[in-house]
Design a protein around this ligand. Sequence first.
Ligand SMILES: *Cc1c(COP(=O)(O)O)cnc(C)c1O
Length: 228
Amino acid sequence: MSTIADNISRVIARIEAAAQACGRAPATIGLLAVSKTKPAEAVREAFAAGVRDVGENYLQEALEKQTQLTDLALTWHFIGPIQSNKTRAIAEHFDWVHSVDRLKIAQRLAEQRPEGLAPLNICIQVNVSGEASKSGCAPAELEALAQAISALPRLKLRGLMAIPEPTDDPDAQEAAFASVRILQERLSLPLDTLSMGMSHDLEAAIAQGATWVRIGTALFGARDYGQA
Ligand SMILES: *Cc1c(COP(=O)(O)O)cnc(C)c1O
């Protein structure tokens, strides 16, 4: 069985090869380790192997892991669907939120981000798969949402996040990620982040400009939701 450290080496090699293939510097692509359903011990192992950024989808699970890992200098990213009643804890306990898809949530995060902390980094989740996806802002509504969020205090709008419909066809993967890149380029805002690419499609995402790849399975193994 391969260890988390072995998996990290393999994923970093994939990131480097993908960057090289399109002439990008590997250092411009961050590895976000997605640890949903995995124990704190797995995150600790990943940290020992060099991981510094962790992505979590479920608030309660994330908060429990955070209390077990306070000794590690980790940056925490919230990447799951956000209900209004969860915004306060997210604003208090995370450094990044990748999954903002409506103004009400951003407004609450801005109001609830503690003054003593750095601005909360925000990505707008955009839906580039149409009816195939329920979450994410519709492309037609993106400009207005981005302008409104960029005017809010205590938030720093960094860019876009997307989870395209899964496909094994590399051309279709790239086309979906290209549409995210183009949407970002059309926004008249100084954005520096594209959060896109997961275990099965990180190469296509990097070819289209990803600056965070969010990797779960390829680092921690398959998830067993039955045990959750
Ligand atoms: C689970 C998840 C990931 C990681 O997916 P893998 O296919 O396991 O790499 C990335 N992003 C989001 C938003 C997720 O929910």
